[in-house]
Structures are given as C-alpha cells and as structure tokens.
Design a protein around this ligand. Structure first.
Ligand code: UDP
Ligand code: MG
Length: 336
C-alpha cells in the first residue's frame, strides 16, 4: 500500500515536469560499444517484447572514440523506439555514466546493464517479473554463478571484498555487479547520495532496502574488448574502500597506540633492570624506549588529526542521515 503511494507521489512529480512514469527504464553505459549497440538493442527488444511499449532505454555514451554516437543517433531516429542517448563530452567512467542514466530514468523499475551482451537482457525480464511477484523486495541484483575471470584476478577480487567488508559499515556480495533492477524508491535513494566520487556497489548496499540476489551466467563479450585493466581495477578498489571506510585515516592512531604499548613494556624492563642489584640498565633498551615512545606520540597525534579529517570527510560527502523506506499513517491521521 505504502509503495503504491510512493509511486503515485513520483508520478505526480513527473507529471509536473511533463514526464510520465513508465514500467521500466534500462540504463546502458557505453564506451566504444559501436559494434554492440544495434545487436544489444535488438536482443533487448525481443527479450522485453511484452513490456516494450512501457519501456525506455537510456544509453549513455561515455566519450566513445568509435562510432557509438552515430549508431545511437541511428537507433534514436528509428520509428517506434523509446531511446534517450546521452553523450558525454569525454570519457568520465562507468560510474558517471550510470549516474547520468539513473538521473534520467523514470521507470517504476530501473535496470542497469552493460552494452556488450555479457549480461543477457532476458535476465532483466526475469528480474522485473520477480519484483512484480515479490513486493517485499526492492531490488534484484545478479551475481555470477560461476566466475569467469582468471585465478589471479579472482584472488585479488576476493581479497578486496574481504578487506572492504571488514573495514566498512556496508556489506558487499562478492561476484555481484551493477547488473540489477531496482524499484523507483531505491533509485531515488541512490540519487539522494550526492557524493562525486561514486562507488555504486557500495552505494547500493549503503541505501539499504531488500535485495534479492539472483545467479546469472556471464556470456563472452559480443564484440570489442573489456575496458578494465589491472591498474584501473586497483584504482576502482581503492576508491571503493576510501569512499566507505575511515580506516586508512585512523590507521596512524592505532599504530601509534601499539608503539606506545611497546615503549611501556620497555619502560617496565628498564625499571626492573634498575631495581635488580648488580644488573646494568641496557643503553640500547633506553635508546629503543625513547625511539618507540616518540614515534608513538608522533603517530598518535597524526592519527588524531586523521580522526577529525574522517569526520570532515563524512560531512563533506553530504550523505543523507537516513533513508525512509515508507511511512504508514493511521486512517484518522490521513483525514486530518
Ligand atoms: N563502460 C563505460 N565507461 C568506461 C568503461 C566501461 O561506460 O569508462 C561501460 C562499457 O561500455 C560496458 C560496461 O561499462 O557497457 C562494462 O564495461 P566492460 O565490458 O569493459 O567491463 P567488464 O565486463 O570487462 O567488467
Ligand atoms: Mg563486459
């Protein structure tokens, strides 16, 4: 009941802006996908044939240097298609493309899917059906039933998820990607996070809501090659951890406290040595004591600055303090 009310409110807002709420928006980030666009659209159209009249496609051309832009213009010009093609002035990255797509989406459901047909559009159909049948869920996220990457990449990805889940307040599911379908309320929540360095996987988890994880099989790329390499992936992983964890900023404080404890142990050893008759206090020990003590104080002071910086960082991100999923009112309240 409350969900219907939420959609009604958004419908009203859209109507004020001269737009209408559709069943499904499909957001497709594209970077040099000229050889995939047409087939992707044709196959998506076939997979979603029974709701295609109530579906829009939002392609975001992320500064491609191939003919992606031309292919998109041709698709837009075709009769009977419901396509928005957004073109960036340069390559801003997949995260930026996803954001631009979500901002323009107006579906009751919004899907995010890659353009290379590694993620089959038939799954989008399944995900929307699942949401139709399960009002208790707000999102269906696909995860790879069988990982396609090599052992090396899988090892680094597993380490990343472990570190991320341990050091942040949110939980990421390994092998789940951005490939998902969300209800409008969740899309609005995702858009309410105004941070500029965006790590969508973390944001999807941070906003909460009930997510159902659906296994899917990754296909081979239809054409072209992957845009990710080891360095890009490492930068992406670091962005993710830095966006959701204060840990690196506070690490100096923890290290400083550890060094302080070591120097305390040394001080006890020095006192014991001084108290024992006939035992000389080791000069090396005294030297080490001061070295550990001073480095400990230095690091702790740096760490305290880090703790304050972490707070400033949180404030600067301007994330909402909470996200309301629904509000229920008693009938008397509604009449008033
Ligand atoms: N992509 C993008 N901007 C980029 C890199 C990638 O919009 O800077 C798009 C790309 O066109 C594709 C999706 O993001 O639709 C996933 O990229 P890719 O297939 O290279 O990633 P992989 O499947 O190898 O993880
Ligand atoms: Mg791909």
């Amino acid at each position: 009941m409350t969900r219907i009310r939420e959609c009604d409110t958004i419908q009203l807002l859209f109507e004020q802006e001269g737009r209408s709420l559709l069943k499904l928006s499909v957001v497709v980030p594209c970077y040099n996908e000229g050889d995939n666009i047409v087939d992707f659209y044709r196959e998506s159209e076939a997979a979603l044939h029974d709701i295609i009249g109530d579906t829009e496609f939002i392609f975001v051309n992320d500064g491609s240097s191939d003919d992606t832009g031309r292919r998109l213009s041709e698709l837009c010009a075709k009769e009977g298609t419901s396509i928005t093609a957004v073109e960036f002035s340069r390559n801003f990255g997949k995260e930026a493309a996803i954001l631009a797509g979500l901002e323009r989406s107006r579906g009751e459901y919004t899907a995010i899917i890659d353009a290379d047909l590694q993620q089959r559009p038939e799954y989008v159909r399944q995900m929307t059906e699942f949401l139709d049948q399960h009002p208790e869920y707000d999102c269906v996220a696909a995860y790879q039933a069988q990982r396609k990457e090599g052992r090396g990449q899988a090892f680094f990805k597993d380490r990343f998820y472990k570190i991320f889940n341990r050091t942040t307040e949110v939980e990421l599911r390994a092998s789940a990607s951005d490939f998902r379908v969300m209800r409008r309320n969740m899309v609005q929540a995702v858009l309410s996070l105004k941070e500029k360095i965006r790590f969508s996987k973390g944001i999807f988890s941070w906003v909460g809501y009930n997510t159902y994880y659906m296994p899917y099989k990754v296909e081979e790329r239809h054409a072209g090659s992957s845009k990710w390499n080891f360095f890009k992936l490492t930068r992406y992983a670091l962005d993710g951890i830095m966006s959701f964890s204060d840990m690196p900023l506070k690490a100096a404080l923890y290290l400083g406290v550890c060094l302080g404890l070591v120097s305390l142990t040394m001080l006890i050893a020095i006192i014991v040595q001084a108290a024992l008759p006939g035992v000389f206090v080791s000069k090396l020990l005294i030297g080490l004591f001061f070295a550990f003590l001073l480095s400990g104080i230095n690091l702790a002071a740096l760490g305290i600055v880090g703790v304050y910086l972490a707070r400033v960082y949180r404030e600067v991100k301007g994330r909402p303090v909470y996200i309301i999923k629904s509000v229920q009112e008693s009938s008397r309240n509604k009449k008033e």
